[in-house]
Design a protein around this ligand. Structure first.
Ligand code: RP5
Length: 194
């Protein structure tokens, strides 16, 4: 990304923070990751959200779904100003929860975002095993929620669980998803014992 492209993203985030869009018009969940190279791992979050009826807001057209998410590549080390603005404006932009993935031994994006976006909850996804300590190692009073290395699908389900406390429709979708899992396990058991 060029400096002017980064500045334009920052300007856009700041404009969204002061716009008067209603809660129905703003993304509910933000997915961020430290690098393009995290995309494969973070794709699980995209899969879970779309499976549960969420639509990605890309800015190209108005989403049909009431529940939406946004995706950004934001690096704590390469684009710190963008990370700062993304996290600082999260609440004003209507985000209810952020899923943040980063890899390497200095996986600082999730924990820095958790501090800057507080009290918007952040679910950290360590992209590799070696990133776990960096993601979860927060001091007392500066919370982060996290999943195991690579488990971005579960991070998205947890994010939906948080939203479901306020939206009965999402609770029903989660229960249907859970029933589907039980049916799958049940059919494997039947095959094994047939
Ligand atoms: C982290 O560094 C990113 O989250 C990524 O997992 C890792 C390596 O980044 P690249 O060098 O592949 O861009 O900040």
């Amino acid at each position: 990304m060029t400096v002017s492209e980064i500045q334009s993203l920052i300007d856009d985030l700041e404009a969204k923070a002061t716009s008067d869009r209603s809660a129905e018009e703003t993304p509910d969940i933000g997915i961020i990751m430290g690098s393009d190279s995290d995309l494969d791992t973070m794709y699980g979050a995209y899969e879970a959200l779309t499976e549960l009826g969420f639509e990605e807001e890309t800015g190209d057209e108005i989403p049909e779904s009431r529940f939406t998410f946004e995706t950004y590549v934001v690096s704590a080390h390469r684009t710190p100003e963008l990370m700062y603005t993304y996290a600082e404006t999260a609440s004003d932009r209507g985000l209810d929860v952020i899923i943040a993935g980063a890899g390497g031994k200095s996986a600082d994006l999730p924990n820095m975002t958790a501090s800057l976006a507080f009290p918007v909850p952040v679910i950290g996804v360590p992209v590799q095993e070696k990133s776990v300590d960096s993601v979860i190692g927060m001091p007392t009073g500066a919370p982060i929620t996290a999943v195991d290395a690579g488990k971005s699908f579960n991070a998205a389900l947890s994010a939906i669980q948080m939203l479901a406390r306020e939206h009965a429709e999402l609770e029903e979708r989660l229960l249907r998803y859970h029933d589907g899992l039980q049916a799958d396990v049940g059919s494997v058991s039947r095959d094994l014992h047939a």
